[in-house]
Design a protein around this ligand. Structure first.
Ligand code: ADP
Ligand code: MG
Ligand code: MG
Length: 249
């Protein structure tokens, strides 16, 4: 699904990623943890293709294609989805129209015809129920005036409708209460399948009680410095990150 080799990237002339390796097979869930400022969101931005981020070395293969060669749209069409740490408000653009045009664009790239409004509304309503977001949110501007938790639920709603093959969730659990956390986890778990993979960035072991990962990685100093199974998350919760300083160096 995803093969990242020696990825180096910078933003504003500052080196952030310094030789990152990560291999994700279809069906796997990988959790990425790590100190603030380590480069976790930068990794998501580089994979999604945000322009401010310049790749200076390394390679990324996504479903056998050279990801770095593709523009943002082509990556999304190929099935890459990034749930933002800080979802953006787009006042004046209705959430429903935004979702429908995104879904139609992805369907078109997969050789499928546009959904009718009725078909789309049915899917959108079902997904809204699953993330416990009132249907009224479909009519509002994209994330406009949504609370932090509502924005995160809306990211999961988008993910459900777009049916990506690789889902990257950047701190989707931050700022959520326990019920919302459970809802987000249920949404992710319902989407787990042998041909879909997840990269879940989180600061909290608690999320990984609900979304049980196959692998846990520590990203520090711009690369993956330690990998393990879910017990690594428990160890980090107990010991913090400082015991890994040797490995970062
Ligand atoms: P994390 O998500 O692990 O907390 P980030 O990837 O957001 O870390 O940030 C890594 C480093 O890159 C930080 O020092 C941050 O200040 C810097 N950085 C991120 N985005 C930008 C940007 N657009 N301009 C300048 N510096 C940035
Ligand atoms: Mg952070
Ligand atoms: Mg971040």
């Amino acid at each position: 699904m995803l093969r990242i080799e020696n990825l180096c990237a910078r933003v504003e002339e500052k080196e952030i990623l310094k030789g990152l390796n990560l291999h994700v097979k279809p069906g796997e869930v990988h959790a990425i943890m790590g100190p603030n400022g380590a480069g976790k969101s930068t990794l998501g931005s580089v994979l999604a293709g945000r322009e401010a981020f310049e790749v200076t070395a390394g390679s990324v293969a996504f479903q056998g294609k050279d990801l770095l060669d593709l523009d943002v749209e082509a990556r999304a069409h190929l099935g890459l989805f990034l749930a933002f740490q800080y979802p953006v408000e787009i006042p004046g653009v209705s959430n429903m129209e935004f979702l429908k045009s995104s879904v139609d664009a992805v369907r078109k790239a997969r050789g499928k015809s546009d959904l009718s409004s009725v078909e789309f509304m049915k899917l959108a309503r079902e997904a809204s129920k699953k993330v416990k977001l009132d249907q009224a949110f479909l009519k509002r501007g994209v994330n406009e005036g949504f609370s932090g938790g509502e924005k995160k639920r809306n990211e999961i709603l988008q993910m459900m409708l777009l049916e990506p093959s690789l889902c990257i969730l950047d701190e989707t659990d931050s700022g959520l209460d326990i019920d919302a956390l459970q809802t987000v986890a249920d949404g992710v778990n319902a989407m787990r399948s042998p041909d879909r993979s997840f990269v879940v960035v989180t600061h909290y072991q608690r999320l990984l009680d609900y979304i049980v990962p196959d692998y846990v990685h520590v990203l520090a100093g711009g690369k993956i410095v330690k990998s393990g199974d879910k017990s690594l998350a428990k160890e980090l919760e107990a010991k913090g990150y400082s015991w890994l300083d040797g490995e970062v160096a």
